[in-house]
Design a protein around this ligand. Structure first.
Ligand SMILES: Cc1cc2nc3c(=O)[nH]c(=O)nc-3n(C[C@H](O)[C@H](O)[C@H](O)COP(=O)(O)OP(=O)(O)OC[C@H]3O[C@@H](n4cnc5c(N)ncnc54)[C@H](O)[C@@H]3O)c2cc1C
Length: 438
């Protein structure tokens, strides 16, 4: 029996490897010229940048973390996280609630005062349970932390009004320090938040793509790149998978490609399911990569909530993840700009985007234009799942339909879930455990 895996990103490759290790016959069909999906990296003029946004290896899931670290083997640099939020010209420790002592005094007062008053009101049951993401932010943190950081940053990354976002996903994804830590942070006692990420790994050579390459190594002969699946049909017991010029057959199919790509491959999709799929919300991403002469502050990455500074929502410093990510004497900066598919950011030229980012970096005093020795721009259509209020209903309709067609969905945009690398590897592991032998 052959299992065809649609998509050669991290999920598809992990599935292929795990099934291969079980002696199953697999074939991975990847549309792009190379494997890796969002976990690709490009090295040019000695600078290595991840093309799907800056990636680091971390997880609460010890089995998955051990798997990822085993895959990259000795090709690993371990780093202490030093993450900041750029706030009113200063570098505030991340998570924001753990960095309150670094705020100007009036903002510190606003945050801690409203946090405590809000906490008392919640305890007394005076504030109704939140029904959307914005209400959850106010309910959990009070108006100060909400208005100084949480709402502006979240609206900048999601490009979506927080009151129109669901809150079912926040547990575990948004740091929630204990009350004591917030009070300590406000009076200047150092605390650490989101501790499972406090130490992270990154490949010394090859960027994050080194991880997917290592996972893919034993299944390389079974990967077809340049095969964009455009039709998928079951005839009798056999799947016919086409790319418009060729048809490949398989006994079973697993999809790791975005549902927005899968459904158009299928016949007789009910209009309600098609509509549910069209209604799902996601963000695209532009990465502006900048190589400079000289050093950077020893910061891992930095959130930029202030819209006035520029379009970038996050800056990462890959040469602080791996000493080999930039040539000697140079440093690397990766600016991430999320945007809605088809909006004006998508229409901006590389030159316009780069100019915008360089102006922002200069105004933040991170680097001056004369230090710049390299720039490049990368674009990803599918970057972030956005959980709008209709999400759960829409995704249920799509999943039920795909189940009825015998097409398992595994992966970030196949499940349409905000899953990190550890999440998609966990999904792949769990899927394979329950997959009957072929
Ligand atoms: C900005 C950003 C930063 C991130 N940072 C981190 C991080 O620091 N740590 C972390 O753990 N995770 C991080 N992630 C998440 C991580 O990138 C994803 O969890 C992971 O890459 C998802 O892998 P995937 O295989 O499910 O999806 P994808 O990588 O999207 O792979 C899907 C594959 O399907 C292919 N495909 C699509 N359509 C077709 C078709 N019709 N036929 C054939 N093939 C097709 C695509 O070309 C692609 O290769 C980040 C994500 C983003 C966007």
């Amino acid at each position: 029996m052959t299992t065809a895996i649609l998509g050669g990103g991290l999920t598809g490759l992990t599935l292929a490897r795990l099934l291969h290790e079980r002696n199953e016959k697999v074939i991975v069909l990847e549309a792009g010229p190379q494997i890796g999906g969002l976990c690709r990296s490009r090295t040019t003029e000695g600078f290595t940048f991840d093309t799907g946004g800056s990636h680091i290896i971390f997880s609460r899931d010890q089995e998955v973390l051990a798997f990822m670290r085993r895959m990259i083997g000795g090709n690993e640099q371990r780093n202490d996280r030093n993450t900041r939020i750029f706030y009113k010209g200063g570098f505030v420790k991340y998570p924001f609630e753990n960095g309150l002592y670094q705020l100007p005094p009036e903002d510190r007062f606003f945050c801690i005062n409203s946090f405590i008053k809000n906490l008392i009101a919640v305890e007394k049951g005076e504030i109704p349970h939140p029904k959307n993401f914005r209400d959850w932010i106010y309910y959990t943190f009070g108006a100060g932390i909400a208005e100084c950081y949480m709402v502006p940053y979240n609206e900048k990354i999601w490009k979506y009004p927080t009151e129109k976002m669901s809150l079912h996903w926040v547990d575990g994804r948004i740091p929630r320090p204990p009350v004591e830590d917030i009070i300590k942070a406000a009076i200047g006692i150092e605390t650490e938040g989101y501790t499972h990420q406090a130490v992270f790994s990154y490949p010394l050579e090859g960027g994050i793509e080194a991880l997917v390459r290592a996972i893919a190594a034993p299944v390389e002969p079974f990967i077809r790149t340049g095969f964009r699946v455009t039709s998928l049909k079951k005839e009798g017991k056999i799947w016919q998978i086409g790319d418009g010029t060729e048809t490949i057959t398989a006994d079973r199919v697993i999809s790791t490609i975005p549902v927005q790509h899968l459904l158009p491959c299928l016949e007789d999709v009910p209009p309600a399911v098609k509509k549910a799929c069209d209604t799902l919300v996601y963000n695209s991403l532009v990465c502006v990569n900048v190589g400079i002469r000289g050093d950077l502050p020893p910061i891992s990455w930095m959130y930029v909530p202030d819209k006035g500074l520029g379009m970038t929502n996050r800056l990462s410093f890959p040469s602080n993840f791996s000493r080999n990510a930039a040539p000697p004497g140079c440093s690397a900066i990766l600016a991430e700009i999320t945007h809605q598919p088809g909006d004006e950011v998508g229409g901006m030229t590389d030159r316009e985007l780069t100019g915008e980012v360089l102006r922002m970096l200069a105004s933040m005093k991170i680097c001056t234009p004369d230090q710049v020795v390299f720039t490049s721009v990368e674009r990803q259509t599918f970057a972030y799942v956005v959980y709008d209020l209709a999400y759960q209903e829409n995704i249920r309709a799509i999943r039920d339909f795909c189940r009825s067609r015998d097409i398992p969905l595994v992966g970030r945009f196949a499940q349409f879930e905000y899953l990190n690398m550890d999440g998609v590897i966990r999904s792949a592991m769990d899927f394979v455990t329950s997959y009957p032998a072929g």
